[in-house]
Design a protein around this ligand. Structure first.
Ligand code: OOB
Length: 554
């Protein structure tokens, strides 16, 4: 592989995956034109009042691809992308695929702390942002990040207020010149299908998020096979309500899985019930995907008969634990079938199938999409547990890469010597042949599907003035499932408060979803026999306190 720091699959596996037809040896930019050739005049994307056809999307993506080339971007370069759900996101993603540039998909809440780290780690050759989003000036921050690079990198901006010196991305998407000639020129630049197509961010347990390199071959299989399993067809109207930088709405089967079969992808700027319901009603959406926290809010609003949701056939729910009550009520409440999804940006995808019995739909997180997905459930010593017992899930397969990008040390822990990815999830096999997620070993807070590293939060809080030591905890939350709590041993000086911690996180430019929401001052941390912080005992103590002193959040 071209980029240093990627971990390829062993050659015999690559050959096996190719021979079995999982890997088809064509880059995603090539597939884009296949879709256009097959479905050319159909509508591919809806973004508010804008409707983009399949051929138009391909022609515009090509125009942008040539502009990226003229800006100096080349096969093997990485581009930091921080964009909300909009048609330009999809066009930029596809433009990159034409010329071997890999987008690094940052999340919208990311700020200087995360973006600078990602820009550095992936050594990005350009940055793409909106001018502003939810009152935040992304353009100014992107210019600052661009200025930290060893050589100046272009800033591409989607919006009405593009500053001088930045590239107007909408302008670069304008159609000029002969589309067929351009298509021919760009075909010459097609990257190898075994190379990196995109970078997804991992929830990460140690420090800042790790980067996952997904190849053209593996990601195409990811969304194609997902589409088959979930019953996506040319009649599908898919609503992307979750942020597209997430694997789930992007490729599970998501927008790419929809485009691959000639369906219609509707891009919603927010998963807010009113916004999403209005899109569902207007476009007669048939399938969408949500995290349990969003499902919870949708169900609360489902009784509101202002919106016609009768077109909905399937709602996919995944990303964090789906409470039993919600699993029971969601399908009837929204008038559609529930599909549980247990997936990860690292690869492995499990889905319940739409025609599974009700008990399987409600009580399990589904089964793998591929007969080539290998799964082991192991005990603390790495030995397989008896069938049906709970253990850690290890996996390998045709769309589960063998290591994180540029993280050799972390890879030694996160992968076994023979290439199994340690998910850090505790699972068991249900008698029906589906997986049930029982908990996790990894140190993170799953805040409504958004993953927060305990380690990263603790490191930050330890740097707050007046803090001697800090231990972060996942605390229960009725709406989000979990939220970030922090236990602090005060040092000298003024006592730290939630306000000082918030101010510190904001000044450091940390994504807001990582900021602790509850703070407890303690004198010491309980320790395990080996001298580590005993988080379980600490959590129990804090929860006992919380019952009397912390009002439930609305
Ligand atoms: C999805 O991907 P990530 O990378 O944000 O997070 C993966 C982790 C899993 O290892 C697991 O700990 C948790 O999120 N998770 C679930 C779950 N689905 C994911 N925990 C309990 N129940 C579930 N159904 O979250 C993701 C990627 C693709 C599709 C769907 C979700």
């Amino acid at each position: 592989m071209k980029r240093a720091g990627t971990v390829p699959w062993p050659e015999h596996e690559a050959e096996r995956y190719t021979a079995a037809g999982y890997w088809r040896g064509r880059p995603l930019g090539d597939w884009m034109w296949s879709w256009s050739d097959s479905y050319g005049s159909r509508t591919a994307l809806v973004d508010g009042a804008t409707r983009i056809g399949y051929r138009e999307l391909a022609v515009r993506a090509d125009a942008l691809a040539e502009r990226l080339v003229s800006l100096g971007l080349r096969d093997g370069d990485n581009l930091l992308v921080q964009l909300p759900n909009c048609w330009e996101f999809v066009a930029l993603f596809l433009a990159c695929q034409r010329i071997g540039v890999a987008p690094v998909l940052a999340l919208m809440p990311h700020r200087e702390h995360e973006l600078e780290y990602l820009a550095e780690l992936a050594d990005v050759a350009a940055i793409a942002v909106p001018d502003t989003c939810r009152d935040f000036d992304h353009q100014t921050l992107a210019a600052k990040i661009a200025g930290t690079r060893p050589r100046p990198v272009p800033v591409l901006v989607v919006g009405d207020r593009v500053e001088p010196g930045h590239v107007d991305l909408r302008d670069a998407l304008r159609i000029e010149g002969d589309a067929e000639e351009r298509r021919g020129r760009l075909d010459e630049r097609a990257p190898d299908a075994g190379e990196v197509a995109l970078f997804l961010l991992s929830g990460g347990t140690t420090g800042l998020p790790k980067i996952i390199a997904r190849t053209h071959n593996d990601y195409e299989y990811n969304f194609r096979r997902s589409g088959e399993v979930c019953g996506f067809t040319a009649e599908t109207t898919y609503l992307a309500a979750l942020p597209l930088a997430h694997n789930f709405p992007l490729g599970c089967p998501g927008v790419l899985g929809t485009l691959a079969v000639g369906g219609l992808a509707v891009l919603s700027p927010s998963p807010h019930p009113r916004t999403a319901f209005a899109e569902i009603a207007r476009e007669r959406v048939t399938i969408t995907s949500v995290v349990p926290a969003v499902a919870h809010r949708w169900l609360e609003h489902a009784g509101d008969r202002t919106y016609d949701l009768t077109s909905l056939e399937l709602v996919q729910v995944g990303g964090s634990v789906l409470p039993a009550e919600l699993a029971r009520d969601l399908g009837p409440g929204l008038g559609c079938t529930l599909q549980q999804v247990y997936g990860m940006a690292e690869g492995l995808l499990n889905y319940t199938r739409p025609d599974d019995p009700a008990q399987v739909l409600r009580e399990t997180q589904g089964r793998p999409i591929s007969e080539a997905d290998e799964i082991l459930v192991v005990d603390a010593d790495g030995r397989p547990v008896p069938d049906g017992a709970t253990g850690e899930l290890l996996t390998r397969g045709p769309y589960t890469p063998r290591g994180y990008y540029r993280a050799p040390q972390h890879n030694q822990r996160a992968f076994t010597a023979d290439g199994w990815y340690r998910t850090g999830d505790l699972v068991r096999w249900h008698p029906s042949g589906n997986l049930v997620v029982e908990g996790r070993l990894k140190d993170l807070v799953n805040r409504g599907g958004e993953k927060v590293s305990i380690d990263e939060v603790e490191d930050l809080v330890r740097a707050v003035p007046g803090v001697a030591d800090a231990a972060a905890l996942a605390l229960p939350d009725p709406a989000l499932g979990e939220r970030v709590g922090i236990c602090v041993i005060p040092g000298g000086g003024p006592r730290p408060t939630l306000e000082t911690v918030h101010a510190f996180f904001a000044a450091r430019g940390v994504a807001a979803f990582k900021t602790p929401e509850l703070l407890y001052l303690v004198e010491e941390f309980p320790l395990t026999p080996v001298g580590k912080v005993d988080r379980r005992t600490l959590r129990e103590r804090v929860l006992a306190l919380a019952e009397v002193s912390v009002p439930a959040q609305p």
